[in-house]
Design a protein around this ligand. Structure first.
Ligand code: PEP
Ligand code: MG
Length: 976
């Protein structure tokens, strides 16, 4: 048979259905095609090659088209345009700026075509069409099929191939592509356009029957599973049977005949399961594939992914129809993925994987293991060089690291996709800093390239990415970083182990101040209850200790010292690993990778400081934390929780004695013992933060938190009473303790005797604390240390509370200053965490020199949600049912809590225009909330030391976004 190329005119009928025509019209297209090979005989063997038998069920183009599947309409918002206009764009017409219309993939293919890269010809159906498709109850809009037909004719002209042709058939891939990458979430169909006739043509054309039949059976399987919704198992069964029968190692060793027979069996499976024949008409195949890709926008996994990533459902996906190129046409063919820089380190080198003689799905399915891209340099040096040049060109063009998909078909390179490459936080920083140096991007662009939330993880030890363990359970990612150790269920045990230099993870249903010594000793904390502002979460974050909280699937048995999850029991002493960045708990000890603070990271943060307007402070309770915060760039302490100083093991007995005291005098005696300890704490913190403001909050939590649990105590007392060995002094002291615990017991401790109410009821406690602060300050002042204490009163709700406690604080502070004979500047202010305080903020500001929003309590009280229970109880359901868009304990609720904040700020500034206003709730380190605080006009945010860099970057981004919006606004005015 001759394979000489000739050109001939082919007349081909096709159908067009316009808006006003019910019946499709038949047209004749005259197209020029290159004839590379002779048409095969209807059946039998040609040159010894395996061909299909063409029967009556193999029409070239069967008409009319069957009516599309009916389904319920899912109206996307916002509504699409009334008239769609142009529904398809050839790659030559597309470009990077059309991402919303053409999706990321379509826009990228257009842009690459525009800059002259080797992209196979194709076209994109717009996202607007997808939206209309759903509006119409999953039906393609009028006129689309006509436009698709015209585009196919265009492709036929460009490639010289014919769609459904029996000489040189055009095969296409049909690929999804939303405006942002949603890897693997939507559908793709490859090798579309194959039927018995075109397969025969391919056999003859390529002289490679094995290749053609392999492509065909892959197509039938893909079409059946993706478009017809069949399961993949029956196909895999057939494949396994063929591999076993042929006694070969894998499918890549099967013969053409085997693939041909498999194709027939696959089609029989389709007939059996769908009660319909496999569609042989290539236009029907194409239309069904387009519908399937649109439908995949609302597949369960795509919906889940969008929910998680907070992408709106109304965006829709584009569909790309791309001329197929084959990487499985022999040893000079192949397929691969390349990154222009190393995505995990950011190092500037071509990084990626390549598989010789393969299609992309072989890589994805894991059927064959790809080799490093460097292998390609050895196998096809010219192609490797060309790929390198393309990578450079794309980086220069996009000014960003690119992820490139490529295929080599018989020693010709094609680029099938390029997009901004996903990268680790470390790589993001390295790449941004390098690209500024290389003059690819400006500092502003570099700052906008880094995800603030992601960099938090860099400051903590992480699980070595190369090692994945068996997941035990998932909880809330309460405090980032990873830790491994043996499970312990008792804080004292964690302390003992620490003494033996052994690492532990403290596992508790929830933690209380009683557990703090164990939390300090353990490497990480795991609880089965509580949310992001639970005691465990707040304390762990403050300590920079990894924590997973609220892992509710865990059943903890404290007496047996074990927990059970999914039938698996972890006993005390068993090794576990927690990842507080993701909220995952693993079995065993996983290896860790140390946190790296590179010089690039420092650079980026310094640039951020040049732009941001918000101050960034830290919440720190110890000199060590204060130092850490300063190292991370904190400009002050926004919240020093003094109760954490009371919780240290050696102080707790004195604190308990103080609480047990029946009279102010006996209470004062205990406080005298605590005074030097508190003074030392404040000396340490004020010294570590010299020259910077330190906001110290007076005692806040309900006193019972420092006492043993009432139920446990009752059990102990009962056991002591019943036992003959009872030592009467022990019994009476426990009984006394129980009496006090009962007295202090409250049904609603969060709304009880806590915050500033403690200072009103027990003024001697606050007096001692003020004395400790001011004595520490005056002593340091004498040592010429620049100290700037701010004394903060928690939870004020009425002006009278504020006034009374301000008087108490200033009287005590002035007394100390006078006694010391040294002047110390200090301020007195309050936390704004009661809704009532927001209403009367103008009156409170008469006595307060600063405000700090306690958004944990403010959220609790504005919503009426218990901060200790909500996240472990109904909030997950609320998120699932979209009653809440975000967890308000993690991201500020701008409409409710935010409005209270605005009111307090406006009213406070009416009275005292220069009043300093900040935030110290857990939201202070959350990037979205930081942006809100910037927009609101606060002076600073305060967060745990490890989130200080996150807040520095996020607040710089707020300024840059604001500038970009202003610039866009200005431009708009000009245009008008
Ligand atoms: C708050 O309520 O936001 C706050 C910072 O105080 P705490 O979490 O200690 O109650
Ligand atoms: Mg509070």
């Amino acid at each position: 048979m001759s394979s000489a190329k000739t050109k001939k005119i082919v007349k081909r009928p096709f159908t067009i259905r316009t808006k006003d025509q019910k019946k499709p019209k038949r047209r004749i297209a005259k197209i020029k095609v290159k004839v590379k090979a002779e048409k095969p005989k209807p059946d039998g063997l040609v040159d010894g090659l395996v061909l299909a038998e063409i029967g009556p069920e193999d029409p070239v183009r069967r008409l009319p088209l069957p009516s599309p599947r009916k389904a319920v309409s899912r109206k996307p918002e916002p509504p699409t345009k009334l008239h769609l206009g142009k529904m398809t764009y050839s790659f030559e017409e597309g470009g990077a700026e059309m991402r919303d219309l053409l999706g990321g993939k379509g826009a990228g293919l257009g842009e690459m075509t525009r800059i002259g890269l080797p992209v196979p010809p194709g076209f994109t159906i717009t996202t607007e069409v997808c939206r209309r498709f759903f509006e119409l109850g999953r039906q393609l809009p009028n006129g689309l099929e006509e436009e698709i037909h015209r585009r196919i004719v265009e492709l036929e002209r460009k490639t010289g191939k014919e769609f459904g042709g029996e000489v040189d058939p055009l095969l296409v891939s049909v690929r999804s592509g939303a405006r942002v990458s949603m890897p693997g979430m939507m559908d793709t169909v490859l090798n579309l356009g194959l039927n018995n006739r075109t397969c025969n043509a391919l056999v003859v054309l390529t002289k490679n029957d094995r290749f053609a039949w392999d492509a065909y059976r892959r197509f039938v399987q893909m079409f059946a599973t993706v478009v017809l919704g069949m399961k993949k198992e029956p196909f895999e069964e057939v494949l396994k049977r063929y591999v076993a029968k042929a006694r070969v190692a894998s499918e890549s060793d099967l013969t053409a005949l085997a693939f041909r027979n498999m194709t027939s069996e696959y089609k029989a499976l389709v007939r059996h399961y769908t009660k319909k024949d496999f569609p042989e008409d290539v236009f029907i195949q194409l239309r069904m594939a387009v519908e399937a890709v649109f439908n995949s926008w609302n597949s369960r996994r795509a919906l889940e992914y969008r929910k998680h990533a907070h992408y709106p459902d109304w965006w829709g996906t584009a569909v790309n129809v791309v001329t197929m190129v084959f990487g499985n046409m022999g040893p000079d063919s192949g397929t691969g993925v390349a990154f222009t820089r190393d995505p995990s380190t950011g190092q500037r080198k071509l990084y990626g994987e390549y598989l010789q003689n393969a299609q992309g799905e072989d890589v994805v399915s894991g059927a064959r293991t790809p080799v490093k891209i460097a292998e390609l340099e050895k196998q096809q040096p010219k192609i490797y060089k060309q790929l390198h040049e393309i990578a450079d060109k794309l980086e220069k063009h996009y000014h960003d690291m690119q992820d490139i998909e490529f295929t080599i078909e018989r020693a010709k390179l094609y680029v099938l996709q390029c997009r901004s490459g996903k990268r680790s936080a470390a790589a993001a920083i390295q790449i941004a800093a390098d690209m500024v140096k290389e003059k690819y991007i400006t500092r502003e662009e570099a700052l906008m390239r880094i995800e603030p939330a992601a960099i938090g993880a860099l400051l903590h030890v992480q699980i070595d990415e190369k090692h994945k363990g068996a997941v035990l359970v998932k909880g809330l990612n309460a405090s980032p970083g990873a830790a491994a150790g043996i499970a312990v269920f008792d804080p004292d045990r964690a302390v003992d182990l620490k003494r033996e230099d052994k690492k532990s993870i403290l596992v508790r249903p929830m933690t209380t101040p009683d557990d703090v010594h164990g939390m300090i000793a353990a490497e990480g904390i795991l609880t089965s209850q509580g949310g992001a502002t639970s005691h465990a979460a707040v304390v762990a974050r403050g300590m920079g200790k990894p924590a997973v909280v609220g892992a509710e699937a865990m059943l903890i048995d404290l007496r047996a010292r074990q927990f059970t999850v999914k039938g698996e029991t972890i006993k005390e002493g068993d090794p576990i690993t927690i990842d507080g960045t993701t909220g995952t708990v693993y079995k065993g000890l996983l290896p860790m990778a140390a946190a790296k603070l590179t010089s690039q990271f420092e650079h980026i943060l310094k640039w951020a400081d040049e732009y941001r307007r918000l101050g960034v402070y830290a919440n720190a309770d110890t000199p060590e934390d204060a130092k850490k915060a300063r190292d991370f760039g904190a400009e002050g302490i926004g919240l020093c929780r003094t109760e954490h100083m009371f919780m240290q093991q050696d102080r707790l007995p004195v604190v308990q004695e103080m609480i047990m005291a029946e009279t102010p005098d006996s209470r004062r005696k205990c406080l005298e013992q605590l005074l030097p300890m508190q003074r030392e704490d404040f000396r340490g913190i004020l010294r570590a933060m010299k020259g910077l403001p330190v906001t110290i909050r007076l005692l806040d939590p309900p006193l019972h938190e420092f006492l043993p649990n009432m139920d446990d105590l009752l059990v102990e007392v009962t056991e002591l009473r019943l036992s003959n060995k009872a030592d009467s002094s022990e019994l009476s002291s426990k009984e006394r303790l129980l009496r006090r615990v009962r007295q202090l017991h409250e049904e609603n401790p969060m709304l009880g005797l806590r915050v500033c109410r403690l200072g009103i009821v027990f003024p001697e406690i606050y007096q001692m604390q003020v004395r400790a602060i001011m004595e520490a300050a005056t002593e340091l002042k004498k040592e010429r240390v620049d100290v700037r204490p701010l004394i903060m009163i928690p939870g004020v709700g009425t002006v009278t509370e504020m006034k009374a406690l301000r008087d108490l604080v200033t009287a005590e502070a002035e007394r100390i200053i006078k006694a010391a004979g040294t002047k110390v500047n200090y301020q007195v202010g309050t936390m704004i965490e009661m809704p009532r305080a927001c209403m009367v903020a103008h009156r409170i500001a008469e006595y307060a020199e600063f405000f700090s929003y306690g958004t944990n309590d403010l959220t609790q009280l504005v919503f009426g949600y218990s901060r200790d229970d909500a996240e472990g109880s109904f909030i997950p359901v609320y998120l699932e049912k979209k009653i809440l868009r975000e967890d308000p304990f993690q991201i500020i609720d701008q409409d409710g809590v935010g409005e209270f904040m605005r009111m307090a700020m406006d009213r406070g500034r009416q009275t005292r225009p220069d009043i300093k206003i900040g935030i110290c709730g857990e939201h202070g380190g959350d990037p979205t909330s930081v942006d809100f605080c910037h927009k609101l006009g606060l002076d600073y945010v305060s967060c745990s030391p490890f989130r200080v860099p996150v807040a520095r970057l996020a607040s710089a981004q707020s300024v840059l976004n604001e500038r970009a919006a202003e610039a866009a606004g200005e431009k708009k005015v000009d245009q008008d």
